[in-house]
Every structure is written in structure tokens, then in C-alpha cells.
Design a binder for this molecule. Structure first.
Ligand SMILES: *[C@@H]1O[C@H](CO)[C@@H](O)[C@H](O)[C@H]1NC(C)=O
Ligand SMILES: *[C@@H]1O[C@H](CO)[C@@H](O)[C@H](O)[C@H]1NC(C)=O
Ligand SMILES: *[C@@H]1O[C@H](CO)[C@@H](O)[C@H](O)[C@H]1NC(C)=O
Ligand SMILES: *[C@@H]1O[C@H](CO)[C@@H](O)[C@H](O)[C@H]1NC(C)=O
Ligand SMILES: *[C@@H]1O[C@H](CO)[C@@H](O)[C@H](O)[C@H]1NC(C)=O
Ligand SMILES: *[C@@H]1O[C@H](CO)[C@@H](O)[C@H](O)[C@H]1NC(C)=O
Length: 502
């Protein structure tokens, strides 16, 4: 089934002249699979339906026809956008509508079947609807990935899609102003959730924005700063010593690269092909760094990838080099990889592919959005970064030019404009809850402090990316349980005030 992948994306294909796409892709796919299983279990245990039961009647999957360009009605081109609806909890006709916003990957029916928003929908008798993001999953034209075709991919077009979806759903279900809409999203869709409320306050009454990097940033230095902090954070099994060993291991690798001991590195770290300087070297160190970045971002959210385990291995090995080797092998095992793809050529050719892939993460599309809107390049040139300084901003910007013919000056301007357009981490809006975990590196680009009495920030101690969005679990740490309660309480209050206003 492999679809749905809430919040899995945002670790970018890290770079090199480019990019650790292979490891990253493996990691995301794996997390996605685990999540599907988790959602599946949560969903079926709730209903008491055995695994493999036939389709479930209250859920509808459909397509709406959308203009390809909302901002030029003389362009009559359209595309088909996929959505899901779950009516099982809805109190007809006055109940609220909970909108789950899709992002940089294919969505699935689980977007209306499991997760925090579904639990809240059950409580408040809401109609659940979700919309896949344009250009991802099945919501894309045949030629959508060509240089010419991809032009209409942007967060602004995506928000306009949501407005038009609001209209279509309202007509289909005879909704009125009495049906209060609340939107939800995590990671990039978390930003969309906040921005939908910001730009279309007449359509959605309130928004929950989980792990939302609302501030665009070209050189996202802080990402690896948080990774370093998390590796040394005893609350999640890290330590100063662990962080130092990680740093040292990258220094040893660097000295081997400098000394020209390449065959040894290829062999020790199972490179699929021989490494050619300098771009493959960058790929190689990026892939190694990805193991740590992924472990931190998805700490406790995916098997084989958490800070406690990583630090245990680093500290128990006979040398830092052996520790890194061991971790790499473990990572490969958990991802089912036989070798690690370190070829920069391969990364480039993958990002240039224009054939549609209806499942998984849209790597090419997402990279395009970083070049045209967000930047978010996770660099390692600052001394606070424990990995390799070969991971530079330039190498990631080069991809914008090589893959999309977008010069670096344009990327810089685009990032500035995005912040000007949406208000960065000081959006002037109301009734938005920003939820973040302090372990998650993306929190550095989000809203961490209350902006006003109704733009509320919840900062969770000890959790990673989008932790609050998953189905609640008795094992959840107390800080997460408390955050869920605060979110639920706030949603309850807002729904009440909406009823009083109507
Ligand atoms: C779209 O517009 C073009 C002219 O700009 C016209 O030839 C074509 O028939 C239109 N297509 C549709 C589906 O309306
Ligand atoms: C909406 O209203 C129309 C006309 O009153 C009715 O035929 C239709 O069944 C209603 N649809 C829903 C989903 O209630
Ligand atoms: C909304 O609900 C109120 C109270 O139930 C009702 O008087 C009003 O007509 C409704 N408005 C719409 C647009 O349906
Ligand atoms: C490079 O590899 C050779 C053979 O494995 C080894 O003898 C030598 O010590 C290595 N050099 C460094 C700098 O590690
Ligand atoms: C932020 O706002 C919420 C809700 O109004 C409130 O409970 C919380 O105490 C505020 N936090 C801070 C740090 O002011
Ligand atoms: C986070 O939780 C840990 C215990 O799990 C505690 O030791 C620490 O003080 C907490 N930090 C904050 C900022 O509350």
C-alpha cells in the first residue's frame, strides 16, 4: 500500500554538488511504511474490523478538476486533484469540517482515517476531508514534471486549490457558514495550514500547524545546530561525549579523503561505485551525515533510527571510525540496502527525471520548491555542525541551476519574497496553534512563542518532527500527552466560540 507519509519529507535530499538522496529516500520510504502500518493498526483496532477487510463505506476517494493556473484565467489548462472524505463522525448538517492538508508526497485514505485530527473529529462530530497537494501523488498532469510543466507548482497555487476545494465541498454537502472549518497539517503542510488561515480567514476558522517551518531560509545553518544539540541531549539518550565522537569520526573520514585512501572508504562504507572527486566525496559524507540527521528528526518515530541507539554504538566501538562503520552497516540493514549510492551523476539524473511516480515523496518537485520558494538548505559550513564542511550552500544551489536552470540570485530573492508574502515567523493572524518538538531540527524555523492571545505556540520537551499528529498512544511521553490535551482544549474552545458567533 505504501502511500501516506505525513511529515516525512522535510529532510532534503542533501546535497553535494549535491545530494544524499539515496539514503534519504530509503529512510523516508521506510518511515512511511512503518507509519502506514501504525495508521492501519490504529484505524482497524478502532473499528474492530479485521486486517484486509473490504473497503470502508464512509470513505470516499475522488478527483476535482482544478485550473492549472489560478492566477491567469486565460490559461484554460486543468489538472485532476485527488481528495478523500470520511463522513463517519459527521453530525449532519451543522457539524464542523476538519481539513487535512497534503504536502510533498502522495497522500492516502489514511489522511482521513487516523491521526490526531481524526481523534478530534470523532470528539467533535466533524466531517473529515483531505486534499492531495498539486504535483504530488496522483494530483498531477502527464507532463507536469517537465521544466515547462512544473511552472505552476507553488504554495500560492496550492492555497488557491484549497479555496476552490472549500467551494466544491461546500456545494457537495450543502454547507453553510454554520459549518466551522478547521485545517490541519504537519511539516510543509503545517505551514500551508497556518497560511490558509492567514490568507483565507473567511474560509477557515482556525488552524493547527505542526512542525511548520514558516520562516523560509536560504542557508539553514540552524538545522545541524539542533542536530548537534540533540546528539548531546541526555533526555533522549545523547551526551557531550557522543557528539564529540561523531565530530571526530567525520574528521577521520576527512583525513582519509585528503590522504587519498579512497578504496578503503569505498570498501568500509559499501559504496555502490567508486568515488570521484569532488562531487562524489560530498555525496559520500552527506549520506553519512544523513544517518544522524534522520535519527534526530525522526527520533523515536522509526525503528533503527534514534539518538539513544546511535550514541550507544558510537560509544561502544573500539574507535570512532569503527563506530561510524558499524552505524552505516546498521543503517543499511534497516533500510534493506546492499550498497550506498554515492554517485553525484546518479543524483542529478534522478532529479532530472520527468516521468511521474504516483507513490512516495516527490523529490524533484520538492527540490523545485526549495529553489523557487523556501531554500531550507541544510548546510554544514558553520563550526557548530558536527559533520563535514563539504556540505556547502553552493553545492545545493548548484542543483537549482543544473536541474531547473534557476540561478542562485533568484533563489535568494524567492526566499526573501516568501517571508515578505507570508510574514515568516511573525505571521499576523489569529486562531493558529503552532506545535513543535525541541528535538526536531525544523523547530528553528517555526513559531515558538505566543504571538497574540490566539496565535499560540506549544513547544514540546523531548519530541521530534510532527509527533503530535500521530494517533495517540499510552506510551506517549507526558510532555506530548499534555500538548495533545492543550490542542484538544483549544479546538474545543474555538468551536464553541464559532457556534456562539453564528
Ligand atoms: C483552451 O483555449 C484555447 C485557445 O486559447 C482553445 O483553442 C481551446 O479549445 C481551449 N480548450 C478548452 C478545453 O476550452
Ligand atoms: C443538498 O441539498 C439538495 C437540495 O436541497 C439535496 O437534494 C441534496 O441531497 C443535499 N445534499 C446533501 C449531501 O445533503
Ligand atoms: C445557522 O444556525 C442558526 C442557528 O441554528 C440558524 O438560525 C441560521 O439560519 C443558520 N445559518 C445558516 C446560513 O444556515
Ligand atoms: C591507507 O590505506 C593503507 C592500506 O589500507 C594503509 O596502510 C594506510 O595506513 C592508510 N593511510 C591512512 C592515512 O590511513
Ligand atoms: C500562550 O497562550 C496559551 C493560550 O492562551 C497560554 O495557556 C500559555 O500560557 C501562553 N504561553 C506563554 C508562554 O505565555
Ligand atoms: C524536559 O524533560 C526532562 C525529563 O524528561 C527534564 O529533565 C527537563 O528539565 C525538561 N526540560 C524542560 C525545558 O522542561
Amino acid at each position: 500500500m505504501a502511500r501516506l507519509l505525513v511529515c516525512v519529507l522535510l529532510v532534503l535530499p542533501l546535497l553535494g554538488g549535491s545530494d544524499g538522496a539515496w539514503n534519504q529516500r530509503q529512510l523516508r520510504r521506510k518511515i512511511h511504511e512503518l507509519r502506514e502500518i501504525q495508521y492501519f493498526k490504529s484505524f482497524y483496532s478502532r473499528l474492530g474490523i479485521p486486517k484486509g477487510a473490504p473497503s470502508y463505506e464512509p470513505v470516499v476517494e475522488g478527483y476535482i478538476t482544478q485550473p492549472l493556473d489560478h492566477f491567469n484565467r486565460r490559461n484554460n489548462a486543468t489538472y485532476e486533484q485527488r481528495y478523500w472524505i470520511n463522513k463517519e463522525f459527521w453530525q449532519h448538517p451543522g457539524g464542523p469540517v476538519f481539513l487535512f492538508i497534503g504536502g510533498e508526497a502522495a497522500e492516502s485514505e489514511y489522511s482521513v482515517l487516523a491521526g490526531e485530527h481524526v481523534e478530534l473529529a470523532e470528539k467533535h462530530h466533524a466531517l473529515l476531508v483531505s486534499l492531495e497537494h498539486r504535483y504530488y501523488g496522483a494530483s498531477i498532469n502527464k507532463d507536469g514534471l517537465t521544466l515547462e510543466g512544473i511552472r505552476f507548482l507553488s504554495s500560492q497555487q496550492a492555497l488557491a486549490d484549497l479555496a476552490s476545494f472549500h467551494l466544491i465541498i461546500s456545494q457537495k454537502y450543502n454547507l453553510t457558514r454554520n459549518n466551522t472549518w478547521i485545517c490541519f497539517g504537519g511539516s510543509y503542510p503545517g505551514s500551508l495550514s497556518a497560511w490558509f488561515r492567514l490568507k483565507f480567514p473567511h474560509l477557515v476558522y482556525a488552524a493547527v500547524a505542526s512542525s511548520a517551518p514558516v520562516r523560509a531560509e536560504l542557508d539553514f545553518v540552524d538545522y545541524n545546530k539542533v542536530v548537534a544539540n540533540s546528539l548531546s541531549d541526555p533526555v533522549i539518550g545523547g551526551s557531550e561525549k557522543c557528539l564529540n565522537e561523531v565530530k571526530e569520526s567525520f574528521r577521520v573520514v576527512e583525513s582519509l579523503l585528503k590522504a587519498g585512501n579512497i578504496t578503503q572508504l569505498e570498501k568500509d562504507f559499501f559504496s555502490c561505485a567508486s568515488l570521484h572527486p569532488p562531487d562524489d566525496y560530498t555525496e559520500f559524507v552527506s549520506n553519512l551525515a544523513d544517518i544522524f540527521m534522520g535519527a534526530v528528526q525522526y527520533n523515536d518515530e522509526s525503528a533503527g533510527s534514534d539518538v539513544r541507539k546511535i550514541c550507544k554504538y558510537m560509544l561502544s566501538a573500539s574507535s570512532v571510525y569503527e563506530g561510524l562503520k558499524l552505524l552505516n552497516s546498521m543503517f543499511m540493514d534497516s533500510m534493506g540496502m546492499k550498497c550506498v549510492e554515492n554517485s553525484h551523476e546518479k543524483t542529478l539524473s534522478d532529479l532530472k527525471k520527468t516521468e511521474l511516480d504516483p507513490v512516495g515523496v516527490g523529490e524533484r518537485q520538492w527540490y523545485y520548491q526549495t529553489c523557487t520558494e523556501f531554500g531550507y538548505y541544510q548546510t554544514c559550513e558553520h563550526t557548530s555542525c558536527p559533520f563535514s564542511p563539504r556540505i556547502t550552500l553552493q553545492s545545493q544551489l548548484d542543483l537549482c541551476t543544473e536541474v531547473f536552470q534557476i540561478p542562485k540570485e533568484s533563489v535568494f530573492q524567492a526566499v526573501q519574497f516568501t517571508n515578505e508574502f507570508y510574514g515568516a515567523d511573525h505571521p499576523k493572524s489569529s486562531r493558529i496553534i503552532f506545535v513543535n518538538g525541541d528535538v526536531d531540527p525544523w523547530h528553528a524555523l517555526s513559531v515558538l512563542k505566543n504571538q497574540s492571545h490566539s496565535e499560540i505556540a506549544i513547544f514540546i520537551n523531548g519530541t521530534a518532527h510532527c509527533a503530535n499528529m500521530y494517533p495517540s498512544d499510552a506510551q506517549d511521553p507526558p510532555s506530548l500527552q499534555k500538548a495533545r490535551e492543550e490542542i484538544a482544549m483549544q479546538i474545543g474552545e474555538w468551536l464553541k466560540s464559532a457556534r456562539e458567533e453564528s
